[in-house]
Design a protein around this ligand. Sequence first.
Ligand code: GUN
Ligand code: ZN
Length: 441
Amino acid sequence: MSTIGIRGTFFDFIDDPWKHVGKEQDAARFHKDGLLVVTDGIIADFGPYERVAAAHPGIVISHIKDRIIVPGFIDGHIHLPQTRILGAFGEQLLPWLQTWVYPEELKYKDRDYAREGVKRFLDALLASGTTTCQAFTSSSPVATEELFEEAARRNMRVISGLTGIDRNAPAEFIDTPENFYRDSKRLIATYHNKGRNLYAITPRFAYGASPDLLKACQRLKHEHPDCWVNTHISENPSECRGVLVEHPDCEDYLGVYEKFDLVGPKFSGGHGVYLTNGEFRRMSKKGAAVVFCPCSNLFLGSGLFRLGRATDPEHRVKMSFGTDMGGGNRFSMIQVLDDAYKVGMCNNTMLDGSIDPVRKDLAEAERNKLSPYRGFWSITLAAPKASTSTTSSATSRPARKPISSRSIRTAARSPSRGISRSPPRAAGRARSRKRPTCFSA
Ligand code: GUN
Ligand code: ZN
């Protein structure tokens, strides 16, 4: 047994700052002079130096001065095989995938190319302070194998899985549902829960998935209920419209994943820019997570994620943050927070009522403000809760009641945010068929 101590200045979280409106520091823990005791790689003790040192006489202590030590960052949504095309110019999501992404990811069939790419990817993550990620790979198993192997050598925590697509991509890039099922099974048997590796059943997105591919995912989830499910959801308007054309029997984007029983406490959907209030509510009830990817949503021009709406206590959704590199042009979670702050402020231009008094919602505007506490919590303690908790955040009781939109709203209710399957005129007709799902009542 080997025990070491690290002495220095520490900052981390013990609770969710969104539950401590006006007193967010109550959610955090700061030791100007602290000691972390680690036994065989596991934290054995932590606290003020005087107390902890006295309890562990004789251990070897490294003293790190003039730094603040924080937990490793968690990237909830990133793409391994896009490392070499980060920053690709000039396209929104669907043409960007066709022009830049699929041709590059195809190269990861080659083991040497994949191995070198994995090293650069993990080096870049660690250089940015990220020690855990949930990563997409590619449609051939080589990239997934190489990622899990190298992550294990580095003792990093990686959640990943073969990234399935059988529609709307070049013929040489797509897979069949049968191959996807067979290869996923083998990869789960080899890598899930081996060391720190965890497996996510990964349909790339509903726009690239036939019902048969999603059925294969459903079967995998049924046979391996402890695996994660990782995908994209409601990122871009053209994509959202395309999903409803590909899956015409589904009411909305989330409905596609629900139809195949994929939405539950281990589900993460990246982006969620165009989720309606009704979809947020359903995700919240099922304990599913959304991953906020502001660098990517800005870089690809996808839109502004409604942070203050996702965190409404009436239907709060579990949330982690991600770079979505290479849609995001950064590896750094600090830059994710920087852009997330700006997205919240842009959203608030509508919510202060100065443009449209009907949309004034001061409570949502408050939740849109990503304070440093909310930000750092989101990329450390919150992220494992988003990807591992089995209880819905909707059921957990806040320490101090956060302000809900309903409780202080003075103007009319928020209008719809969802994407219709047809052009605007028809959209009005489609919506009038049923009760809007996106009102907050
Ligand atoms: N939707 C499907 N594939 C992708 C991808 O690679 N990146 C992003 N941002 N969205 C996607
Ligand atoms: Zn993505």
